[in-house]
Design a protein around this ligand. Structure first.
Ligand SMILES: NC(=O)c1ccc[n+]([C@@H]2O[C@H](COP(=O)([O-])OP(=O)(O)OC[C@H]3O[C@@H](n4cnc5c(N)ncnc54)[C@H](OP(=O)(O)O)[C@@H]3O)[C@@H](O)[C@H]2O)c1
Length: 259
């Protein structure tokens, strides 16, 4: 994809699922990668091996995004690996299923917002400041969700975090356009990953989901990687503040019964 070769990209949450898929696609596109993980060391080693097999220059760094005070140090370390970064992919996130009644003190709510919203806010701000100081452009991709647009029971924390992420995507895009820093979001639909494998691939569940999607199937981590590559590339130089929904048509179809 246009302009991606040799670009230095930090991907958070690259130890499994969509982040690992993004890493493989960006490696194929010739990017140099800083791969972040938190707890899944085996997973990040697998991602590293996969991207290195594609000839990619890559390094791994660890940080727990619940520890918000560590984020500046983490970002500085990430920036120093290739002496700068051209792109940031805020992908790390947790999917919290809880009801307000079961979380009256909002502990899960606060944790979800710290990892899914405050951490991307701080990392994007650190990235923008570093780009401005280095007098260079930059591109940010925030991995949101269709829960940023339409949601359901159990998802108050998750949906709030993703709706908030879509909001900062737009505001930061507006604030940083003057510096040549683009900020876009990706809103994936249902994408089976290791975490969801058992639930989503159970035949009755798969049928229930897939009949609602005009495309009749789940998405893949590779497709999310392709979309991310597009948003980071020079093909989207005039695109900022947008949320790209990639969901097999699920949101467009709405909640109408299948005819
Ligand atoms: N799969 C879907 O259907 C879907 C749909 C829409 C949006 N998304 C979004 O896609 C992103 C990736 O999710 P996924 O589905 O690929 O799930 P996943 O495989 O569970 O990946 C989550 C990633 O986030 C990292 N992470 C979790 N807690 C963290 C913490 N406290 N500090 C730092 N990193 C942390 C994990 O790192 P460790 O495992 O190393 O701790 C892991 O790399 C999330 O933002 C999610 O909301 C997923």
């Amino acid at each position: 994809m246009k302009g991606l070769k040799n670009k230095r990209i930090l991907i958070t949450g690259a130890s499994s699922g969509i982040g690992a898929g993004m890493a493989e696609v960006l490696a194929r596109e010739g990017c140099r990668l800083v791969l972040h993980y938190n707890r899944n060391q085996t997973g990040i080693e697998q991602t590293l091996e996969a991207v290195k097999a594609l000839g990619c220059e890559a390094e791994v760094i660890r940080c727990d995004f619940k520890q918000l005070a560590d984020l500046n140090r983490f970002f500085k370390q990430a920036w120093s690996i290739f002496d700068g970064l051209d792109g940031l992919v805020n992908n790390a996130g947790i999917v919290t299923k809880s009801t307000s009644l079961k979380d009256p003190l909002g502990e899960k709510f606060a944790e979800t917002l710290a990892i899914n919203l405050q951490a991307p806010y701080q990392l994007s701000t650190a990235f923008a400041n570093a780009c401005i100081k280095a007098k260079q452009p930059g591109a940010i991709v925030n991995n949101s969700s269709i829960h940023g647009q339409a949601t359901c029971e159990w998802f108050s924390a998750y949906a709030a975090s993703k709706m908030g992420l879509d909001a900062i995507t737009k505001v930061q895009a507006v604030e940083w356009g003057q510096y040549g820093i683009r900020v876009n979001g990706l809103a994936p639909g249902v994408v089976p990953v290791e975490r969801t494998d058992k639930i989503l691939n159970e035949p009755a569940m798969a049928e229930k989901w897939c009949e609602r999607m005009p495309t009749g199937r789940y998405g893949t981590t590779e497709e999310m990687g392709e979309a991310t590559a597009y948003l980071l590339s020079d093909a989207t130089q005039w695109m900022t503040g947008s949320i790209l929904t990639i969901d097999g048509g699920l949101i467009a179809r709405g909640n109408y019964p299948v005819r």
